[in-house]
Design a protein around this ligand. Structure first.
Ligand code: R5P
Length: 296
């Protein structure tokens, strides 16, 4: 088995190869003036198994096509099996129709990945596990969770009077799991998102967080609409501090600036999407352990 660290996940790919003592193929890549990607693998490809590590954060289409180009090349060279580790799986949020005629890009993009030759997809905390696992294609699909691992890291690093808040009802299970690890109470905010404008609003919380160290956790931060509005409404309740943890940090740095500006004390994410601007929890071990147990 050999590892290819795709252009978007160079560090993570190297860490997985080093953790598992598996050869890392050198991928040469650059971007042409018009933005298209040039990719080259110098080593010969044979009937071995290959793991491509390529997260598909923005620019999603570019990262997705790079993954598919690498997979199609390996397939053409008769690779025995192609596994795609996609720490952040793009287009996964459009998994159900809200308005007539909406195209379900989650299911469609998985089909594209399969068509490029990928035999199995391994991702982390996909937006909707049920939609991911039940999507119709022949690939093996694995959705790993880094929640417990990340919360344990936070617990070891920070000693606080925790209170966990999910920013909407959809994340209540994650809040429950986290509160259990941190041995504290939890609750959730009632969130509404306008399907036309995408604007987010919250009801006033009906629970007490005075002097608590609040941990808000969410799977994704993107425009920051959810996090910024949640932070504002939480900070009105006078907590001792507010830490926001996102598994996938899709947001641009100005969103993190806004969060700091409204009073968020700490912003942490995992490195499914690399970002030097905020503190990140390294999830390479979760992926390495999975590969070792499942494929080696
Ligand atoms: C929504 O269901 C998700 O869990 C996140 O809350 C959402 O995707 C965050 O997006 P944004 O930062 O654009 O509000």
């Amino acid at each position: 088995m050999k590892i290819i660290a795709g252009p978007s996940s160079q560090e993570l790919g190297k860490k997985i190869s080093s953790n598992l003592n598996l050869p890392l193929l050198s991928l040469n890549f650059k971007h042409f003036y018009d933005g298209e990607s040039y990719l080259r693998i110098d080593e010969d490809i044979n009937d071995d198994e290959y793991i491509i590590v390529q997260s598909t954060h923005p620019p999603q289409e570019k990262h997705l096509i790079e993954l598919m180009l690498i997979a199609a090349y390996l397939k053409e060279k008769k690779a025995d099996k192609i596994h795609a580790i996609i720490p952040y799986l793009c287009y996964a949020r459009a998994d159900k129709q809200h308005l007539k005629g909406e195209i379900l890009s989650h299911q469609k993009s998985l089909k594209f990945i399969e068509t490029s030759g990928v035999d199995s997809v391994i991702t982390i905390n996909v937006h909707n596990r049920e939609a991911f696992l039940s999507s119709e294609n022949d690939m093996e699909k694995y959705d790993l969770t880094c929640l417990e691992y990340s919360i344990n890291q936070l617990k070891q690093k920070y000693e606080k009077k925790w209170f966990v808040i999910a920013p909407d009802e959809g994340r209540i299970n994650e809040a429950r799991i986290s509160a259990n690890i941190l041995n504290c109470d939890f609750n959730y905010l009632k969130k509404k998102r306008d399907p036309h404008t995408n604007l987010v609003s919250f009801e006033q919380p009906d629970f007490d967080i005075t002097n608590k160290d609040v941990l808000v956790l969410d799977d994704i931060i993107s425009s920051g609409g959810t996090a910024i509005n949640a932070a504002k409404i939480i900070l009105e309740q006078n907590p001792a501090s507010l830490l926001m943890f996102f598994i996938h940090s899709l947001a641009k740095n100005d969103v993190f600036e806004k969060l700091k500006y409204v009073g968020v004390n700490q912003i942490i994410s995992t490195n499914t999407i690399p970002n030097n601007y905020i503190e990140q929890i390294d999830i390479a071990l979760i992926l390495s352990n999975f590969v070792e147990e499942k494929f080696l």
